[in-house]
Design a protein around this ligand. Structure first.
Ligand code: ZN
Length: 391
């Protein structure tokens, strides 16, 4: 499959996964949740559903529909938000090209009996402690994390928190990009110093370390970034390579078998499992909803205080990114409300965008042909075209 085809499929899959998420939200928490109306209901009382194109973009987007802006629970909004954040990270990296960049990954042992909420609480508590230790009188070899940062003339950082679920329950880890004015000359010692801080933080946060050797090997990873690495890291932090969205990239390129071998699924990976096989609903719907409720309103990509301001990047919340003005966008076409209802009923929201690189009138033909094809496939009598007048 060529890359363009893969990207197109991704768009359809994103909408399909969003539909599953909306269904789960409706079942567990009721219809009024924003995920249920995202890219379905109109923003206002306008009589059409408008499609627009951003300058330089081949593909259209729905401009007059409500969006939920939830990076954790909505694969469609997540894609747009992560794309935007990725660009912000890139700008900061470009502006700090003369400085030194390191990626620190922190993780901790997790057990199947813990809820997502418990795991998150412990992890976030440990992260807070890590950054607040004071020197210890009898242990001058212990260098508090703050001192490590001071020593390297800390400029700022960008953090992402990632969650997966597997046989050992919820697994949470963070990746943090550090920008320093002074380079780390001894990476091994640097890692050992961070490790001492993290171990202490984990213990004080009530995290049980049953396998110290494994903990020693895995809990802290430090990568020095330069050149190509930085580009790869930006992709990694925002998980959006090859047009995929937050956490989906890995899940979508891996086959089912590999996923099971590895054992751990991202929350969006759970939605894809349900899409692949409805019997997975029982297994994953509750877990997915638990994750969404735990991380609701929590930032997925966090910039250290003042970092964006320092490099001239304005602050924008996830919701603001989704509500961005489309003043520069050009008008592409529209559906009337009845037509839009049919699009939704036929689960064609993604299909429409997937084919929006065509002229509007051609798109209408493509939609009509697809409807006929589906009608024939399902052997129904319905053969008339639905969108004869659209556009
Ligand atoms: Zn959404």
């Amino acid at each position: 499959m060529d890359q363009v085809t893969t990207q197109k499929d991704t768009l359809i899959k994103r909408f399909a996964a969003q539909r599953i998420s909306a269904y789960i939200h409706q079942k567990f928490g009721g219809f009024e949740q924003r995920q249920c109306s995202c890219l379905r209901n109109r923003k206002d009382l306008s009589l059409t559903i408008d499609l627009k194109k951003n300058p330089g973009s081949q593909y259209a987007y729905y401009s007059s529909l409500q969006t939920c802006g939830s990076i954790h629970s909505c694969p469609v909004c997540a894609a747009k938000i992560t794309e935007y954040r990725k660009n912000e990270i890139q700008q900061i990296i470009d502006k700090t090209a003369e400085k030194y960049h390191y990626l620190i990954t922190l993780t901790f042992p997790h057990y199947g009996t813990e809820t997502c909420q418990e795991s998150r609480r412990k992890f976030m508590d440990a992260r807070r402690r890590l950054k607040n230790w004071n020197p210890v009188l009898d242990h001058p070899e212990f260098i508090p994390f703050r001192k490590i940062l001071e020593h390297h003339k800390y400029d700022g950082s960008v953090t992402t928190v990632e969650v997966t679920h597997g046989v050992n329950g919820w697994h949470i880890h963070s990746h943090e990009l550090f920008i320093f004015d002074e380079p780390v000359t001894d990476l091994r010692k640097f890692r050992a110093d961070v490790f001492a801080n993290w171990t202490k933080a984990c213990i004080y946060s009530g995290i049980e370390i049953k396998k110290p050797l494994a903990f020693h090997r895995r809990a802290v990873q430090v990568d020095e970034l330069h050149g190509d690495h930085i580009q790869r890291m930006t992709d990694y932090l925002t998980k959006i390579d090859a047009g995929n969205s937050w956490g989906m990239a890995a899940e979508m390129t891996k086959g089912s078998i590999k996923k099971q071998q590895q054992g751990n699924l991202t929350p969006f990976g759970m939605l894809l499992e349900i899409l692949e096989n409805k019997t997975n609903y029982k297994k994953y719907a509750g877990l997915f909803y638990e994750y969404c409720q735990t991380f609701k309103g929590k930032q997925a990509i966090r910039f250290s205080k003042g970092l964006k301001k320092k490099y001239g990047i304005s602050e924008k919340t996830d919701e603001e990114i989704m509500e961005e003005s489309d003043i520069l966008a050009s008008w592409y076409g529209f559906f009337e409300i009845g037509e839009w209802r049919e699009i939704m009923r036929l689960k064609m929201r993604g299909f429409v965008l997937q084919n929006s690189n065509n002229e509007w009138n051609d798109l209408v033909d493509i939609i009509n042909n697809e409807i006929i094809k589906r009608a024939l496939r399902h052997d129904t009598k319905r053969k008339e075209t639905l969108f004869a007048s659209a556009g």
